[in-house]
Write a protein that binds this ligand. Structure first.
Ligand SMILES: [Zn+2]
Ligand SMILES: [Zn+2]
Length: 463
């Protein structure tokens, strides 16, 4: 079969060609769609191509004539990707590469928090750079084992990340940052609008972090650094997210590695802070461009997920519930309460336990109104819908650590509940207490009604 490469004037024609071609053959041929700005005046054209044919041609082109974009085709498996940018003169204090690695650290942490299957490191992230004198610009392409269903799902996932950033910042309290929740997020299904709503709710909080030196327990990032995820717009007309939320739309064009915009010089290259590396098997030296390193880097830079698919990274339509959660947080809290959707769900499943764990982290000096369970719990080992180990995190002033026998100043403590044994023990986020395990204590019987059922079953089985 001839390897396909064809050029079209419109995207619609190109997409139709791909559709037909895929209908008529079962060989598993994978066609990519690219758009490029052609000489002489930069008119946009569309090329459908087999990837090997494309790469060969692409690397033959003189560097200053590469103005090519990947079209992220609708309803195709997609990698997690980000377009990061800010105007340099509008954000003079920001160190771009540092901000980029902080952002990646936050995203990796968010992923780990969601699932043990999403445990990656910065070495799994290809970082590309296209910074000019005016604009700082990075692309991130995550090399995860599993893809997202499509780039719309990626957009939803990124919204959840922004929501987490928002939650982290808006709920932080310390001497210098006093909480004053006032804003409400309006429900909206559109990723872009949702991201904007989060921003406007954050806007009034940002200045409060100037004096704050606290570190977030989870990400180990300073709140002060986290507020840099929100940058000034170039025209001075306000603030925006460091990551562009406009890149998760249908058939979106995403500029390729080694390509520049038609009227600009800067092309995407591997960024200095990149730690991802291609896997080099013993390759015979070849004179053809590109070499193996370059080829693998190019493949890694594409958003389309071109590998066998075991399963998809799941994103439910959590935006809506997330919005409800923010609202409920706002409504419930006068100062310190912060309850996530997860804790709310848990309260329905295990009301006695939640009540008990809430009371544990309540100080004597507290007037009793503050709810201290924080923004998330982490569950390990779910079997038949049963959660065996639950981590309870707390926010607020209650930081009493058994290890040092007093409250910590900055880092929070947490409790681990073992649901099977019916016990709990304290652990601590403070770096000095990292290996500390509190004394294992039994939960009161009335708090663990499920254990009676389990014990009965056990007795029935053995007798
Ligand atoms: Zn602080
Ligand atoms: Zn401690």
């Amino acid at each position: 079969m001839a390897q396909a490469t064809r050029t079209f004037w419109t995207q619609a024609e190109a997409l139709e060609f791909i559709m037909k071609r895929q209908k008529n053959n079962n060989s598993g041929e994978i066609l990519y769609l690219f758009s490029f700005e052609s000489q002489p005046e930069g008119k946009r054209r569309y090329q459908v191509a087999d990837i090997d044919v494309f790469i060969h041609e692409y690397y033959q082109l003189p560097a200053n004539q590469r103005h090519t974009y990947e079209i992220i085709i609708d309803k195709k498996p997609s990698k997690l990707y980000f377009d990061l940018e800010y105007d340099i003169s509008a954000n003079p204090k920001i160190n771009g590469p540092r901000l980029t690695t902080n952002f990646i650290q936050f995203v990796l942490n968010f992923m780990r928090k969601r699932s043990d299957d999403l445990d990656y490191s910065i070495k799994d992230v290809l970082i590309l750079d296209s910074t000019s004198t005016k604009k700082f610009s990075r692309h991130l392409i995550f090399q995860t084992k599993d893809p997202f269903l499509d780039n719309i799902a990626v957009g939803k996932f990124v919204n959840l990340i922004l929501e987490d950033i928002h939650g982290c910042l808006i709920n932080h309290q310390c001497q210098t940052v006093i909480n004053s929740l006032t804003s409400q997020i309006q429900s909206n299904f559109d990723s872009l609008v949702f991201a904007k709503n989060l921003l406007s709710s954050l806007e009034s909080h940002l200045l409060r972090f100037e004096q704050c030196n606290c570190i977030d327990d989870y990400t180990q990032l300073k709140f002060k650094d986290m507020i840099e995820f929100i940058v000034n717009k170039s025209d001075g007309s306000g603030i925006t997210w460091f990551c562009d939320m406009g890149v998760y739309t249908k058939n979106r064009a995403f500029r390729l590695l080694r390509s520049s915009k038609f009227d600009k010089q800067e092309c995407f290259t591997v960024a200095p802070e990149n730690q991802w590396k291609p896997i080099l098997r013993r390759v015979r030296p070849s004179s053809t461009e590109p070499n193996e390193t370059e080829r693998q880097t190019f493949m890694a830079s594409l958003v389309y997920f071109n590998k066998p698919i075991r399963r998809f990274i799941h994103v439910d339509d959590e935006n809506l519930t997330a919005i409800q959660t923010i609202n409920s947080r706002v409504q419930r809290s006068n100062q310190s309460s912060y309850i996530t959707e997860d804790v709310r769900k848990m309260s329905l499943d295990y009301p006695e336990l939640i009540n008990f764990m809430t009371n544990i982290a309540r100080d004597k000096k507290d007037n009793g109104s503050g709810i201290r369970i924080s923004r998330l719990y982490k569950v390990k080992e779910i079997q038949n819908d049963f959660r065996w180990v639950i981590h309870f995190m707390y926010v607020g002033d209650y930081k009493y650590c058994e290890n040092i026998k007093r409250h910590h100043k900055q880092n929070n403590i947490y409790f681990i509940v073992d649901m099977r044994k019916g016990t709990y023990r304290q652990k601590c986020h403070d770096p000095d207490c990292k290996t500390f395990q509190g004394i294992e204590q039994s939960l009161p019987k009335h708090v663990t009604p499920w254990l009676m059922i389990l014990d009965d079953e056990w007795e029935n089985q053995t007798s």
